[in-house]
Design a protein around this ligand. Structure first.
Ligand SMILES: *Cc1c(COP(=O)(O)O)cnc(C)c1O
Length: 486
């Protein structure tokens, strides 16, 4: 059966998976949603005998129905290889009765790698399938982690180039070092003398620049985006929920058909939506618990049915979740509105005009699979300390937001390596932290947490700086043209 993708904002013609991946966002500004979520056509017992890569094929073939078996397997094998520091790609760790699904074994030791390692291959395959002859140029503004994950994913992928703009004084020294040491002839990293908003606005302007698009087209280039609303990022995230359930079954931790709750530290709502898709594919998942930090827009939403971004933005120790507009939530809203694009568009319009909307009672009832939860900064720090003291297992701050201490027999998405743990929280478990330098601190942490310092961190210590371009926001276009040689 072929699966087509519809925009959440209008009744325009549905498109094939490869077209949805190439476009990223629909022309009307909506997100692409599969017309229906396919059911798994293998039993969980069959799946429990499969590797990560084999499971990935079983899941993705049902969504990306216009890809051939060879195309899809080729994408999967190029993505989930030795870039990951474990053959199982997404291992499960049991601690204090809960199962931590570690999604941080890729190139940048955070969960974005799970999707960004395969997106480049899905994109160039989609381009070929749609007779796009141009090279794909990925343009991104980053405030830190996503930029590096995208660079790592696209580096040396033939037929692509990637340009990342970051605020020169707005990312951490380690994040900057990670980016400016990026290898690959097709990568380009530029610091902007401005903040993240300047970088973001500049990138949006370049995307909308028709004149530039024409010039690029003549020279054999076209822009595309790697941001988290691309369906080519969402679907690969469904895989690890299927895989981890099957692994729990294989290890005899759960009985076949036994329902399990899934807890996800949430920002843009992509990861938890992938779990919802896994549930709809037939994985016995009970509740989907959406964990927020002090920016608890989603918690309030699941409580009241009112999404309201008009509130103070809090900087927390889980920065990848410091988000007031969770863009992937739009897909759930659309589905809960009975795939009524007019209704969804009205909500999104209200969100952009008034910063809020209220869903109907009926829609709220349809969302009974979801539960909101949130943790304060103190609770997050206390959780890390308590779990460490009880079990010796160290979790990062994002994961800790989801770990409430009452997670027995739940599956918790663990989204970043504890090596990324912040100093302030490290203090919770270690007294001498103040006197240490950054790399010393990572080694000490690695000893305590009983994990090796990942290559990703080890390498940048000595790696040469390969990117030193700095520009004003007005110069972004010129910089892009220079890099493309046009
Ligand atoms: C991006 C990110 C999240 C949030 O995931 P969403 O899919 O945006 O909800 C949580 N933790 C870490 C470490 C992340 O990088």
């Amino acid at each position: 059966m072929n699966v087509f993708y519809r925009s959440t904002r209008s009744k325009s013609e549905p498109v094939k998976a490869s077209e949805a991946i190439l476009r990223g966002l629909a022309e009307d500004g909506g997100l692409y949603v599969p017309e229906s979520v396919p059911r798994l056509d293998k039993t969980l017992e069959e799946l429990s005998q499969m590797t990560y890569q084999e499971t990935a094929y079983e899941v993705m073939k049902l969504f990306f129905t216009d890809f051939t078996e060879e195309e899809l397997k080729n994408c999967i094998n190029k993505a989930y290889d030795s870039k990951f520091d474990t053959e199982v790609i997404a291992p499960l760790v049991e601690a204090d009765g809960a199962y931590y699904l570690e999604l941080f074994h890729g190139a940048t030791i955070a969960f974005k790698d799970m999707a960004l390692s395969i997106l480049p291959h899905l994109l160039i395959t989609s381009a070929k399938k749609n007779n796009v002859k141009n090279d794909i140029v990925i343009l991104t503004a980053t405030s830190g982690d996503t930029g590096k994950a995208a660079l790592a994913g696209f580096a040396d992928v033939e037929g692509t180039k990637i340009i990342v703009f970051y605020p020169k004084n707005g990312v951490s020294p380690i994040q900057e070092k990670q980016m400016v040491t990026q290898k690959g002839d097709n990568t380009f990293v530029v610091g902007i003398t401005g903040n993240f908003d300047d970088a973001q606005t500049g990138v949006k302007k370049l995307f909308g620049d028709k004149e530039l698009a024409d010039e690029m087209n003549k020279a054999g280039f076209q822009f595309s985006s790697a941001n988290s609303i691309n369906i080519g990022r969402l679907v690969p995230q469904v895989v690890y929920y299927v895989y981890s359930y099957a692994q729990l079954l294989k290890e005899g931790k759960i009985a076949n058909g036994e329902k399990i709750n899934v807890v996800v530290p949430t920002g843009n709502f992509g990861n938890i939506l992938a779990a919802y898709f896994a549930k709809n594919m037939g994985v016995p998942i009970d509740r989907l618990i959406c964990a927020s930090n002090e920016n608890k827009v989603l918690y309030d939403f699941f409580e009241t049915g009112i999404y309201d971004r008009n509130r103070e933005f809090v900087l927390t120790s889980s920065p990848s979740m410091d988000i007031l507009i969770s863009s992937n939530l739009e897909r759930l809203i659309y589905l809960m509105a009975g795939c009524d694009s007019d209704k969804n568009a009205a909500f999104m319009n209200s969100l952009s005009k008034e910063g809020k909307y209220e869903i109907t009672k009926e829609m709220k009832e349809n969302m009974s699979d979801f539960y909101g939860n949130y943790a304060s900064e103190k609770e997050t720090a206390d959780t890390i300390k308590a779990l460490y003291e009880k079990t010796g297992y160290v979790i990062d701050t994002h994961t800790a937001v989801a770990a409430t201490g009452d997670n027995t027999k739940e599956l918790l998405a663990s989204t970043a390596s504890p090596i990324k743990l912040t100093r302030s929280l490290m203090k919770a478990i270690h007294e001498n932290i103040e006197t240490m330098g950054d790399f010393e601190y990572e080694h000490e942490l690695s000893k305590i947490a009983n994990v090796t310092v990942p290559n990703a961190i080890e390498e940048i210590r000595t790696a040469p700086v390969l990117h030193d371009t700095i520009c004003d926001k007005e110069e972004m276009k010129a910089v892009v043209k220079k890099f493309l040689g046009i």
